[in-house]
Design a protein around this ligand. Structure first.
Ligand SMILES: [Zn+2]
Length: 325
Protein backbone atom coordinates (compact mmCIF):
# COMPACT_ATOMS: atom_id res chain seq x y z
CA UNK A 1 0.00 0.00 0.00
CA UNK A 2 1.31 3.41 -0.83
CA UNK A 3 2.34 5.68 1.96
CA UNK A 4 2.10 8.98 0.21
CA UNK A 5 -0.39 11.59 1.11
CA UNK A 6 -2.46 13.10 -1.66
CA UNK A 7 -1.72 16.59 -2.88
CA UNK A 8 -2.12 19.45 -0.41
CA UNK A 9 -5.73 20.27 0.35
CA UNK A 10 -7.42 23.56 0.54
CA UNK A 11 -8.75 24.56 3.88
CA UNK A 12 -11.76 22.58 4.99
CA UNK A 13 -14.76 23.75 6.89
CA UNK A 14 -14.37 25.00 10.42
CA UNK A 15 -14.00 22.17 12.81
CA UNK A 16 -12.46 19.83 10.30
CA UNK A 17 -9.12 18.45 11.21
CA UNK A 18 -6.57 18.59 8.42
CA UNK A 19 -5.00 15.23 7.75
CA UNK A 20 -1.53 14.86 9.14
CA UNK A 21 1.16 14.63 6.51
CA UNK A 22 2.18 11.04 6.01
CA UNK A 23 -1.01 9.67 7.47
CA UNK A 24 -2.76 7.17 5.28
CA UNK A 25 -6.15 5.95 6.34
CA UNK A 26 -7.48 2.60 5.15
CA UNK A 27 -9.87 4.16 2.67
CA UNK A 28 -7.04 5.95 0.90
CA UNK A 29 -4.90 3.03 -0.08
CA UNK A 30 -3.13 2.82 -3.40
CA UNK A 31 0.01 4.32 -4.83
CA UNK A 32 -0.92 7.70 -6.18
CA UNK A 33 1.09 10.27 -8.03
CA UNK A 34 0.85 13.57 -6.19
CA UNK A 35 -0.92 16.24 -8.16
CA UNK A 36 -2.67 14.08 -10.72
CA UNK A 37 -6.12 15.45 -11.38
CA UNK A 38 -8.96 15.00 -13.81
CA UNK A 39 -9.49 17.96 -16.12
CA UNK A 40 -13.22 18.56 -15.84
CA UNK A 41 -16.39 17.13 -14.37
CA UNK A 42 -19.89 17.47 -15.77
CA UNK A 43 -23.13 16.84 -13.93
CA UNK A 44 -25.58 15.16 -16.28
CA UNK A 45 -29.27 14.80 -15.59
CA UNK A 46 -30.65 11.68 -17.25
CA UNK A 47 -34.27 11.94 -16.30
CA UNK A 48 -35.75 11.81 -12.84
CA UNK A 49 -38.86 10.79 -11.01
CA UNK A 50 -41.63 11.93 -8.75
CA UNK A 51 -41.71 9.91 -5.61
CA UNK A 52 -42.57 10.21 -1.94
CA UNK A 53 -40.40 12.32 0.30
CA UNK A 54 -40.49 9.38 2.68
CA UNK A 55 -37.96 7.63 0.46
CA UNK A 56 -35.31 9.67 2.20
CA UNK A 57 -36.70 9.12 5.68
CA UNK A 58 -39.94 7.21 6.26
CA UNK A 59 -40.40 8.96 9.62
CA UNK A 60 -40.13 12.44 8.15
CA UNK A 61 -43.30 14.32 9.15
CA UNK A 62 -43.72 15.23 5.48
CA UNK A 63 -43.03 11.72 4.23
CA UNK A 64 -46.28 11.58 2.30
CA UNK A 65 -45.49 14.57 0.12
CA UNK A 66 -44.45 14.08 -3.46
CA UNK A 67 -41.03 15.33 -4.51
CA UNK A 68 -39.28 15.35 -7.84
CA UNK A 69 -35.75 14.03 -7.77
CA UNK A 70 -33.15 13.91 -10.52
CA UNK A 71 -31.20 10.97 -11.89
CA UNK A 72 -27.72 12.38 -12.01
CA UNK A 73 -24.68 10.80 -13.55
CA UNK A 74 -21.24 12.32 -13.87
CA UNK A 75 -18.87 12.66 -16.83
CA UNK A 76 -15.20 13.03 -16.01
CA UNK A 77 -12.68 14.34 -18.50
CA UNK A 78 -9.31 12.70 -17.79
CA UNK A 79 -6.33 13.13 -20.08
CA UNK A 80 -6.40 9.39 -20.76
CA UNK A 81 -10.10 9.31 -21.67
CA UNK A 82 -13.65 9.96 -20.61
CA UNK A 83 -15.19 8.31 -17.58
CA UNK A 84 -18.83 8.09 -16.64
CA UNK A 85 -20.02 7.47 -13.13
CA UNK A 86 -23.38 5.85 -13.84
CA UNK A 87 -25.13 6.35 -17.15
CA UNK A 88 -28.78 7.15 -16.56
CA UNK A 89 -31.91 5.63 -17.93
CA UNK A 90 -32.51 3.13 -20.70
CA UNK A 91 -33.95 4.79 -23.82
CA UNK A 92 -36.91 2.40 -23.77
CA UNK A 93 -38.07 3.95 -20.51
CA UNK A 94 -39.12 6.98 -22.50
CA UNK A 95 -41.47 4.87 -24.55
CA UNK A 96 -43.19 2.82 -21.88
CA UNK A 97 -41.85 2.75 -18.33
CA UNK A 98 -44.56 0.39 -17.14
CA UNK A 99 -43.70 -2.19 -19.78
CA UNK A 100 -40.02 -2.01 -18.93
CA UNK A 101 -40.10 -1.71 -15.16
CA UNK A 102 -43.18 -3.64 -14.20
CA UNK A 103 -44.00 -3.26 -10.48
CA UNK A 104 -41.18 -0.76 -9.99
CA UNK A 105 -43.00 1.70 -12.24
CA UNK A 106 -45.81 1.91 -9.70
CA UNK A 107 -43.42 3.13 -7.00
CA UNK A 108 -42.61 6.37 -8.73
CA UNK A 109 -43.46 8.43 -11.77
CA UNK A 110 -40.72 8.76 -14.34
CA UNK A 111 -39.91 12.30 -15.40
CA UNK A 112 -37.89 12.14 -18.59
CA UNK A 113 -37.91 13.52 -22.10
CA UNK A 114 -36.19 12.78 -25.40
CA UNK A 115 -32.62 13.95 -25.10
CA UNK A 116 -32.23 12.78 -21.51
CA UNK A 117 -30.39 9.64 -22.56
CA UNK A 118 -26.66 9.55 -21.92
CA UNK A 119 -25.62 9.63 -25.59
CA UNK A 120 -27.61 12.80 -26.19
CA UNK A 121 -26.30 14.36 -23.01
CA UNK A 122 -22.71 13.56 -23.96
CA UNK A 123 -23.27 15.04 -27.40
CA UNK A 124 -24.26 18.23 -25.65
CA UNK A 125 -20.75 18.54 -24.25
CA UNK A 126 -19.10 17.54 -27.51
CA UNK A 127 -18.36 13.93 -26.60
CA UNK A 128 -19.29 10.87 -28.63
CA UNK A 129 -20.52 7.88 -26.68
CA UNK A 130 -17.69 5.76 -28.11
CA UNK A 131 -15.16 8.11 -26.51
CA UNK A 132 -16.17 6.87 -23.06
CA UNK A 133 -13.48 4.40 -22.02
CA UNK A 134 -14.70 3.63 -18.51
CA UNK A 135 -18.14 3.45 -16.95
CA UNK A 136 -18.07 3.10 -13.19
CA UNK A 137 -21.42 1.89 -11.95
CA UNK A 138 -22.20 2.79 -8.39
CA UNK A 139 -24.64 -0.10 -8.55
CA UNK A 140 -26.91 -1.83 -11.03
CA UNK A 141 -30.32 -0.32 -10.29
CA UNK A 142 -32.15 0.72 -13.44
CA UNK A 143 -31.79 4.46 -12.81
CA UNK A 144 -27.99 4.13 -12.82
CA UNK A 145 -27.09 1.70 -15.58
CA UNK A 146 -29.81 1.99 -18.23
CA UNK A 147 -27.53 3.81 -20.65
CA UNK A 148 -25.05 0.96 -21.00
CA UNK A 149 -26.55 -0.03 -24.33
CA UNK A 150 -25.39 3.32 -25.69
CA UNK A 151 -21.78 2.90 -24.55
CA UNK A 152 -20.39 -0.02 -26.55
CA UNK A 153 -16.71 0.84 -26.22
CA UNK A 154 -16.51 1.24 -22.49
CA UNK A 155 -15.11 -1.02 -19.84
CA UNK A 156 -17.80 -1.38 -17.19
CA UNK A 157 -16.61 -1.33 -13.61
CA UNK A 158 -18.67 -2.83 -10.81
CA UNK A 159 -17.96 -4.45 -7.53
CA UNK A 160 -18.16 -8.20 -8.02
CA UNK A 161 -20.62 -8.60 -5.18
CA UNK A 162 -22.94 -6.08 -6.82
CA UNK A 163 -23.10 -8.02 -10.04
CA UNK A 164 -23.77 -11.25 -8.20
CA UNK A 165 -26.51 -9.56 -6.17
CA UNK A 166 -28.06 -8.08 -9.32
CA UNK A 167 -28.24 -11.44 -11.01
CA UNK A 168 -30.20 -12.96 -8.12
CA UNK A 169 -31.67 -10.12 -6.08
CA UNK A 170 -33.88 -10.63 -3.05
CA UNK A 171 -37.57 -9.91 -3.48
CA UNK A 172 -37.36 -6.50 -1.81
CA UNK A 173 -34.89 -5.19 -4.39
CA UNK A 174 -35.69 -7.29 -7.43
CA UNK A 175 -37.86 -4.68 -9.20
CA UNK A 176 -34.99 -2.19 -9.26
CA UNK A 177 -32.76 -4.58 -11.20
CA UNK A 178 -33.48 -4.96 -14.91
CA UNK A 179 -31.05 -7.53 -16.37
CA UNK A 180 -31.69 -6.22 -19.85
CA UNK A 181 -29.92 -3.02 -18.79
CA UNK A 182 -26.55 -4.79 -18.76
CA UNK A 183 -27.21 -7.45 -21.41
CA UNK A 184 -25.03 -5.64 -23.97
CA UNK A 185 -21.93 -5.31 -21.79
CA UNK A 186 -18.95 -7.07 -23.27
CA UNK A 187 -16.16 -5.80 -21.07
CA UNK A 188 -16.96 -6.21 -17.42
CA UNK A 189 -14.34 -5.23 -14.88
CA UNK A 190 -15.42 -6.74 -11.60
CA UNK A 191 -13.57 -5.51 -8.54
CA UNK A 192 -13.28 -6.46 -4.93
CA UNK A 193 -12.25 -3.28 -3.21
CA UNK A 194 -10.72 -0.06 -4.42
CA UNK A 195 -9.90 0.57 -8.09
CA UNK A 196 -7.67 3.39 -9.32
CA UNK A 197 -8.84 3.73 -12.91
CA UNK A 198 -5.78 5.42 -14.38
CA UNK A 199 -3.21 4.54 -11.74
CA UNK A 200 -2.69 8.16 -10.82
CA UNK A 201 -5.24 8.67 -8.06
CA UNK A 202 -7.37 11.07 -10.09
CA UNK A 203 -10.40 8.76 -10.35
CA UNK A 204 -10.72 6.06 -7.72
CA UNK A 205 -13.72 3.82 -7.12
CA UNK A 206 -14.16 2.37 -3.65
CA UNK A 207 -16.81 0.21 -1.97
CA UNK A 208 -19.62 1.92 -0.08
CA UNK A 209 -22.07 -0.88 0.74
CA UNK A 210 -25.43 -0.39 2.36
CA UNK A 211 -27.87 0.74 -0.30
CA UNK A 212 -26.87 -2.48 -2.02
CA UNK A 213 -24.11 -4.90 -0.97
CA UNK A 214 -21.87 -3.95 -3.88
CA UNK A 215 -22.49 -0.24 -4.05
CA UNK A 216 -19.39 1.84 -4.74
CA UNK A 217 -18.54 5.53 -4.81
CA UNK A 218 -15.90 7.47 -6.71
CA UNK A 219 -13.25 9.86 -5.43
CA UNK A 220 -12.37 12.39 -8.13
CA UNK A 221 -9.51 14.83 -7.86
CA UNK A 222 -9.96 18.07 -9.75
CA UNK A 223 -7.73 21.12 -9.87
CA UNK A 224 -10.25 23.02 -7.75
CA UNK A 225 -10.66 20.34 -5.10
CA UNK A 226 -11.78 16.80 -4.49
CA UNK A 227 -15.20 15.32 -5.11
CA UNK A 228 -16.87 12.23 -3.73
CA UNK A 229 -19.56 10.96 -6.07
CA UNK A 230 -21.50 8.92 -3.57
CA UNK A 231 -24.31 7.66 -5.79
CA UNK A 232 -27.04 6.23 -3.60
CA UNK A 233 -24.75 5.59 -0.63
CA UNK A 234 -26.66 8.57 0.71
CA UNK A 235 -29.71 10.21 -0.78
CA UNK A 236 -29.72 13.43 1.15
CA UNK A 237 -26.96 15.22 3.07
CA UNK A 238 -29.05 16.34 6.02
CA UNK A 239 -30.46 12.85 6.49
CA UNK A 240 -26.97 11.42 6.30
CA UNK A 241 -25.71 13.85 8.90
CA UNK A 242 -28.63 13.09 11.21
CA UNK A 243 -28.24 9.35 10.70
CA UNK A 244 -31.82 9.01 9.53
CA UNK A 245 -32.01 5.89 7.42
CA UNK A 246 -33.77 5.92 4.07
CA UNK A 247 -36.74 3.75 3.22
CA UNK A 248 -34.84 1.84 0.56
CA UNK A 249 -31.70 -0.04 1.53
CA UNK A 250 -30.04 -3.40 1.80
CA UNK A 251 -28.37 -3.25 5.22
CA UNK A 252 -28.85 -0.46 7.76
CA UNK A 253 -25.63 -1.14 9.64
CA UNK A 254 -23.68 -1.03 6.41
CA UNK A 255 -25.38 2.24 5.45
CA UNK A 256 -24.27 3.87 8.69
CA UNK A 257 -20.75 2.45 8.48
CA UNK A 258 -20.48 3.77 4.94
CA UNK A 259 -21.67 7.23 6.04
CA UNK A 260 -18.97 7.24 8.71
CA UNK A 261 -16.32 6.18 6.20
CA UNK A 262 -17.46 8.80 3.70
CA UNK A 263 -17.28 11.50 6.36
CA UNK A 264 -13.76 10.48 7.27
CA UNK A 265 -12.72 10.58 3.65
CA UNK A 266 -14.46 13.92 3.15
CA UNK A 267 -12.80 15.43 6.20
CA UNK A 268 -9.38 14.23 5.14
CA UNK A 269 -9.67 15.51 1.62
CA UNK A 270 -11.94 18.54 1.90
CA UNK A 271 -14.08 16.90 -0.76
CA UNK A 272 -17.50 18.00 -1.87
CA UNK A 273 -20.12 15.24 -1.87
CA UNK A 274 -22.20 14.77 -4.99
CA UNK A 275 -25.28 12.57 -4.91
CA UNK A 276 -27.36 10.75 -7.50
CA UNK A 277 -30.75 12.07 -6.43
CA UNK A 278 -30.11 15.23 -4.48
CA UNK A 279 -30.36 18.39 -6.55
CA UNK A 280 -28.04 20.58 -4.43
CA UNK A 281 -29.65 23.52 -6.19
CA UNK A 282 -27.29 26.16 -4.89
CA UNK A 283 -24.18 24.27 -5.83
CA UNK A 284 -24.73 22.22 -8.95
CA UNK A 285 -24.22 23.50 -12.45
CA UNK A 286 -25.51 21.03 -15.00
CA UNK A 287 -23.98 20.07 -18.34
CA UNK A 288 -23.19 21.44 -20.83
CA UNK A 289 -21.34 23.65 -18.40
CA UNK A 290 -18.54 22.05 -16.43
CA UNK A 291 -18.99 21.86 -12.68
CA UNK A 292 -16.29 23.07 -10.34
CA UNK A 293 -16.00 22.40 -6.62
CA UNK A 294 -17.11 25.35 -4.53
CA UNK A 295 -14.30 27.33 -2.96
CA UNK A 296 -16.19 27.21 0.31
CA UNK A 297 -17.48 23.78 1.27
CA UNK A 298 -19.00 24.94 4.52
CA UNK A 299 -22.54 24.56 3.15
CA UNK A 300 -21.73 21.43 1.22
CA UNK A 301 -24.18 19.21 2.99
CA UNK A 302 -26.51 21.70 4.53
CA UNK A 303 -29.40 21.96 2.13
CA UNK A 304 -32.63 21.45 3.98
CA UNK A 305 -35.32 21.16 1.35
CA UNK A 306 -36.39 17.65 2.13
CA UNK A 307 -35.46 17.56 5.76
CA UNK A 308 -39.06 17.94 6.84
CA UNK A 309 -38.20 19.67 10.08
CA UNK A 310 -39.18 23.18 11.15
CA UNK A 311 -35.53 24.24 11.22
CA UNK A 312 -35.09 23.28 7.59
CA UNK A 313 -36.48 25.90 5.28
CA UNK A 314 -36.84 25.41 1.53
CA UNK A 315 -34.23 27.31 -0.42
CA UNK A 316 -35.01 26.39 -3.96
CA UNK A 317 -38.02 25.76 -6.11
CA UNK A 318 -36.08 23.02 -7.89
CA UNK A 319 -36.79 20.71 -4.98
CA UNK A 320 -40.50 20.67 -5.62
CA UNK A 321 -43.13 19.20 -3.45
CA UNK A 322 -46.82 18.75 -3.92
CA UNK A 323 -47.52 21.46 -1.42
CA UNK A 324 -45.09 24.05 -2.71
CA UNK A 325 -45.40 23.77 -6.46
ZN1 LIG B 1 -30.77 5.55 -7.53
Amino acid sequence: MGGRRLRPRRAGRPGRQPAARGHVAPELSGDRAPGAVARRLFVIRSGGERTLRGLFDPWDPRAGETVEIPYYCYAIDHEAGWVLVDCGIHPALLEDPVARLGPQAAMSELVAAPGDDIASQLAGIGVRADQVVHVVLTHLHYDHCGGLCLLPAAEVHVQAVERAFAEAPPVYQAPAYQPDDWATVGRWREATGEVDLFGDGAVVAFPTPGHTPGHQSVHVRLAGGDVLVVGDAAYHPAKMRERRLPAYLWNPDAVVATWEALERRRDRSGATLLFSHYPAPDRLVLAPQAWHPPADTSGNEDEGEACGRPSCSPRSSRWRSSTSS
